[in-house]
Design a protein around this ligand. Structure first.
Ligand code: MN
Ligand code: MN
Length: 455
């Protein structure tokens, strides 16, 4: 009898030695990317360099266009064989990740250490950021417009930074408090120095440790305290991403939400060199704080870029016609069922790590509120593409109904009337300083995006 039931499978079950090697080789490239790109600026610069090497530039005539806004968001488009009036294939991802941003006047000195005050960026569990090595990444822009890139704490021999945590001996009251009370944002101060400047003569320094920090910053970057007012410095987990498990089947590292999609979408975009339909890649910033701001998905940058491409490649076609004919994947990560928190997931409609990239028909919460509910026709079209290329995938929703939820940038694409759905690999420990992904999912996410771009 024909088997009518549906069941997902682990990719590993059917991956032979050759397939496993292919997946691991790709994962190694991803691990390097993740280790070297820890801010939206760094990701944008990386993507721009890769695209330039592949012949993308600001000349519309050769059909390979790339534009960057404020060094933080990037749009690229490749002309297809068909006219733009027939539509395009778009994948969007975001390159910002949760972290601790330095406040604009960050430095203080008390009781033997200098610290930098922070304001956390995005959704974090504050206790995950304590008592671990942190690196500093960012830029300082001087009054004369000169931009100084800052990266400290990644290279061998570099010092790291940290937020010291309370000792258990004095945590008697803390452990009885709720998490939101026990861990306060104003205590997320990064230890940045300890040795005071030697006191010379009569002009005694009031804060000699802070003065020493400023002296070292000035020596390394030529900046003074006032330059910090216009700086963006991010404290992020220090060190490289790495393989996890005796079998090296998982990848652990910071910022996989959503750089795993940035990397796989970029690789897929570059791989499909002669697409039938025009292909586009949009890397956004500010997703983790609501997509506002000039470089976030709610800005008009994407629209301006599309208008420019239409004027260059199909000037007679109305903007609305192109946009309505577009097909998009909002590439973002999904939450895999956590082995230790299985009760929070509705298992029949949740994704399992290593079972392939996840399609998410709707995000939102409590009665699908705030969701872009992808259309059945579109999902069926995608199913067909993935079936043809034998790409494993799974359908899932985030957590149990009425137990939370979340949103992505799909809504900002949906406003144009184009077909849109969320799709990306599942992570364990999303938003933590050490998120986990599956080597198999990374590979097949890239393959799925490739199939979509080529369809
Ligand atoms: Mn995300
Ligand atoms: Mn996120």
């Amino acid at each position: 009898m024909e088997n009518l039931a549906y069941k997902t499978k682990s990719i590993w079950e059917k991956a032979d030695g050759k397939a496993q090697k292919l997946m691991h080789d790709f994962a190694k490239q991803y691990v390097r990317f993740l280790s070297e790109n820890k801010t939206e600026r760094e990701c944008t610069e990386y993507a721009l360099n890769r695209l330039k090497q592949a012949g993308f530039g600001n000349d519309f005539a050769d059909g390979r266009y790339v534009a960057v806004l404020h060094n933080k968001s990037l749009f690229a488009m490749r002309r297809g064989k068909r006219d733009l009036s027939e539509g395009f294939r778009l994948i969007t991802a975001h390159s910002d990740s949760p972290r601790l941003d330095f406040k604009q006047n960050p430095l203080l000195e008390t009781v033997g250490v200098a610290q930098a005050k922070t304001h956390y960026y995005g959704g974090i569990l504050k206790y995950q950021w304590l008592a671990r090595p942190l690196a500093l990444h960012g830029v300082a822009v001087k009054k004369n417009g000169e931009t100084v890139k800052i990266v400290i704490g990644e290279k061998a021999g570099d010092p790291d930074f940290t937020i010291s945590d309370l000792l258990p001996h004095l945590a008697k009251e803390q452990v009885t408090q709720t998490v939101s009370k026990a861990f306060q944002a104003e205590k997320l101060n990064v230890v940045i120095g300890h040795i005071p400047l030697p006191q010379k003569g009569k002009d005694k320094q009031e804060t000699p440790i802070k003065s020493h920090v400023l002296k070292l910053l000035n020596k390394k970057y030529g900046i003074a305290e006032e330059d910090l007012l216009s700086a963006e410095i991010q404290a992020v987990p220090a060190g490289e991403a790495r393989f996890v498990g005796l079998d090296s089947g998982l990848i652990g590292g910071y910022g996989q939400d959503d750089r795993i999609c940035v990397f796989t979408a970029l690789e897929a975009f570059l791989a499909v060199e002669e697409p039938e339909y025009a292909t586009a890649l949009m890397l956004w910033d500010k997703e983790e704080i609501g997509s506002e701001g000039t470089t976030g998905a709610s800005s008009r940058f994407f629209e301006y870029c599309m208008q420019d491409c239409i004027s260059a490649w199909a000037p007679a076609v109305p903007f609305s016609k192109v946009m309505l004919a577009g097909k998009a994947l909002s590439a973002d990560v999904h939450a895999a069922i956590d082995p230790d928190w299985q009760e929070l997931h509705e298992k029949q409609n949740s994704s399992i790590i290593g079972y392939g990239p996840t399609l998410c028909k709707f995000t939102g919460s409590g009665g699908k509120y705030g969701a872009n509910d992808a259309h059945p026709e579109y999902i069926a079209w995608l199913r067909n593409i993935f079936a043809e290329k034998e790409i494993p995938w799974q359908m899932a929703a985030l957590g149990k109904v009425d137990h939370g939820g979340g949103g992505t940038v799909a809504l900002f694409l949906a406003v144009y009337g184009m077909n849109t759905i969320d799709m990306g690999p599942s992570l364990l420990g999303m938003h933590s300083p050490f998120e986990l992904s599956s080597v198999a999912d990374v590979y097949y996410t890239k393959e799925a995006y490739k199939a979509f771009y080529g369809a």
